[in-house]
Design a protein around this ligand. Structure first.
Ligand code: ADP
Ligand code: MG
Length: 314
């Protein structure tokens, strides 16, 4: 089972749209998928036509109550299972504060169920709080949905620092598999510059022991497509709502790319010595405190031995 967290502390970048429709496209391709809605806004839950009223067993009951995770797994169709969110989940950040090992609650609950999925996808809230930390504690991979804006790059540094901390202290297996460019417009020069900046940044990490040293920009760009914005209000995925739209095509392509893994000969693929471009310093370029994040020294603390403050204090 591959466990993937859709993470970006910025809101409105396409995390939920990607979790919903990538999940649907993976299921359409024959994969068994479980989607966990980690966001109190419950957009993923609503997008799958479920009520976030809290009446059915949901993630709040699992994280803050004694409900087993299995109870909150609701089968939707043949190969998709949803663990819904509810508005109560907003209280989890506060309620879990006094719980020892609060970042590892989901991990412990997950260990208690016999999962029969190919993919477990976690839709994170737009923050680096305890809910996101719970997602990062169980994930093997982080996928970062991002709009190709310069301001988006600034947020990436903070996000990667959090991932590095979690990887160091709680989940050494955690890796960033890549960035999915969302709401993409190929016409703008800005998009190209952001892509270049990100590629240079990831290339510079290739020989370091960092969670993002194998990260790439997915070759599939998710184009801006109004059908993707319309489908949630019908409680449908894009594959149900408009199966022949660009949005459906893009998420099918992304699913295929994720199932197949990286291909060395792709034009947009990065990470080989040959195409590694020197990184020019641009305004808005990414700067991560690597000294703090680099895990090459051996003095790693035991996983889960320490708590991480939800927001890293500098
Ligand atoms: P997040 O989960 O990161 O907050 P969402 O997935 O909810 O972001 O997306 C924010 C808004 O943008 C939503 O209204 C969504 O329908 C819309 N949206 C997402 N991706 C696209 C796209 N490729 N084209 C058009 N609208 C999109
Ligand atoms: Mg969301």
């Amino acid at each position: 089972m591959r466990i993937m967290a859709m993470m970006n502390q910025k809101g409105g970048v396409g995390k939920t749209t990607t979790a919903v429709n990538l999940g649907a496209a993976l299921a359409e391709a024959g994969q068994r998928v479980c989607l966990i809605d980690m966001d109190p806004q419950a957009h993923l839950t609503i997008n799958y036509g479920l009520e976030p009223s809290g009446e059915q067993a949901n993630l709040y009951d699992v994280l803050c109550g004694d409900q087993p995770l299995k109870q909150a797994m609701h089968a939707i169709g043949e190969r998709i299972t949803i663990v819904p969110s509810s508005i109560d989940l907003a209280a989890a950040e506060v309620e879990l504060v006094s719980v020892i090992g609060r970042e590892g609650v989901l991990k412990r609950k997950l260990a208690q169920v016999d999962c029969d999925f190919d993919y477990l996808i976690l839709d994170c809230p737009p923050s680096l709080g305890v809910l996101t930390l719970n997602a990062l504690s169980v994930a093997d991979e982080v996928i970062i949905p991002m709009q190709p804006h310069f301001l988006s790059l600034q947020g990436v540094a903070k996000l990667l620092e959090t991932i590095a901390l979690v990887s160091e202290r709680m989940n050494p297996a955690l890796k960033v598999s890549g960035v999915v460019l969302t709401m993409f417009d190929a016409q703008t020069r800005l998009s190209a510059e952001v892509v270049h900046e990100l590629e240079s940044f990831f290339d510079a990490a290739r020989d370091k022991r960092l969670p993002w040293s194998a990260a790439r920009i997915f070759a599939t760009r998710i184009r801006r497509n109004i059908k993707l914005a319309e489908s949630p209000s019908f409680g449908q995925t894009i594959l149900q709502y408009e199966p022949s739209s660009n949005g459906a095509a893009d998420y099918r392509a992304l699913a295929k790319e994720i199932i197949d893994g990286p291909e060395e000969d792709s034009g947009t693929r990065i990470g080989t010595e040959a195409n590694a471009a020197p990184a020019p310093e641009m305004a808005g370029s990414i700067s991560v405190d690597v000294a703090q994040c680099d895990q090459s020294d051996e003095s790693k603390s035991e996983p889960e031995s320490e708590s991480i403050a939800p927001l890293k204090s500098d």
